[in-house]
Ligand binder design. Sequence first.
Ligand SMILES: Cc1ncc(COP(=O)(O)O)c(C=O)c1O
Length: 389
Amino acid sequence: MTPHRPIIYLNNAATSWPKPPEVLEAVNRCLALPPFGSGRTTGTEGEDYITLARERVSRLLGAGPPEHVVFTQNATDSLNLLIQGFIAQNGDGCHVLTTALEHNSVLRPLRELERQGRIRLTVLPFEDGAVSPGSVEGALAPDTRLMVMTHASNVLGSVQDVRAIGRVLHDHGVSFIVDGAQAAGHVSVDLRDPSIDAYAFTGHKALFGIPGTGGFWIRDPETVAPVRFGGTGSSSCSLLHPREMPERFEAGTHNYPGLAALAAGVEFVRTTGPEAIAAKAERQAAFIIGEVTQEPNVVVYNDRPAIPIIAFNIQGMEHEDVGFILARAYGIVSRTGIHCAPLVHRAIDGGNGCVRLSLSWFTTDDECRSAARAVREIAAHAHSQVGPA
Ligand SMILES: Cc1ncc(COP(=O)(O)O)c(C=O)c1O
C-alpha cells in the first residue's frame, strides 16, 4: 500500500526506505522466473543470484575470497552464529571483551553465554562516542580470546577505529568479530587489512536490500564451528554436513529473492560511491544538528556523527511524545526509545531513551530542512509552555 500522504522517512537506521528501483526490479524478476537453483534443479537458464550476491558483497567489503561470504537471515543471525560457533570451537571458560556501544544482537548472545557460565565478559565503556584502543589493551587478560564490537553505533552514529583496535587484539592473539550492521554501505570497509577476523552485515539497511537478508565474512572458517546443519544441495550422500565454504555455515533453502535484492543494492552502493554517500550523509546530519541545537531546550547526544544519525531529546518532553508529534503533525517518521542499545542510553540519557532521526542516500535536503524546522517548532512550543521558575 502506498502511504496516503507523503511522508518523510527518517528511520533508515532501522530499515532503509525507499529502495533503489533496481532492487525492486531484481526481486520481481527473480520471483517471476522459475527457481533454477544452482545444483538443485535440472534447469540451467536461471541467473545465479546467490553467487552474484556473494561476489558483489565480497568486492564491496574488500573481502576475499567470495566463498568466505556466508548468507544468513540478518546481522543478528550472523552474530549468533559467529559468537556461539567461536565458543563451540575454542571451548568454554575464556574471557571475552565487548563494549557499551553494542546493540542487543551482540550483548544478548554474549550475556547468555555468561549466564550459562561459559564465558567471562567485560564490557568496555566509551567516551565521546568511541572506545579507545588503549582501553581495549588495558582490559586484556591472559585468557582473553575474543572481542566483539560494533563498527558504527546505531544511536550515536560514531564509527570505531576497528583497524587500530584489531591490531592491539592481534598482537595479543585475540580474535575480533565486528558488527557492521550500521557501517556497511555507509563506511568504506577494507577487509584485506588483517586486523578483523569476521565481519557481520545486514541486507536491509544501508546496503538497500530487503529484510531477511544478511551475512558475514570470515577470514579463517576453521576458527568457528558450524552450529547449523542440513541440506545444501551438495555432497548429499554424506550424512555429515559439508565442511567446505560457504556450505560449512549455510543450511537449507536461501532467501534467493532477498539475495537478488542484496546483489542489486550492493551494486547501487558501489556505483553511487561509498565516498559520495558518506559525504552527503555527514553534510546533511551536520545541517540538522546545527539547526536544532539553536533551540536551547534541544539536547543532541552526538554532535559529529560519521553516519547520518541524530540522537536527541527535547527537555521537558517525553521522547515518545516528540516522535508522535513528528509523525502526526509533520508526517516525519522517526524512532524513539532505547534502540536495542540499552548501555548506550544508560551512558547518555540515564537509560530513558531518545528520539533518533536517521537518513539515507535518498533523503533530500528539503526533507532535512523540514525535519529541522519541525523539531525546532516542537521545541519552541515546549519552551513557551514552561512557566517562569
Ligand atoms: C549496530 C547494529 N547491530 C545489529 C543490528 C541487527 O540487525 P538485524 O536486525 O538486521 O539483525 C542492528 C539493527 O538495528 C544494529 O543497529
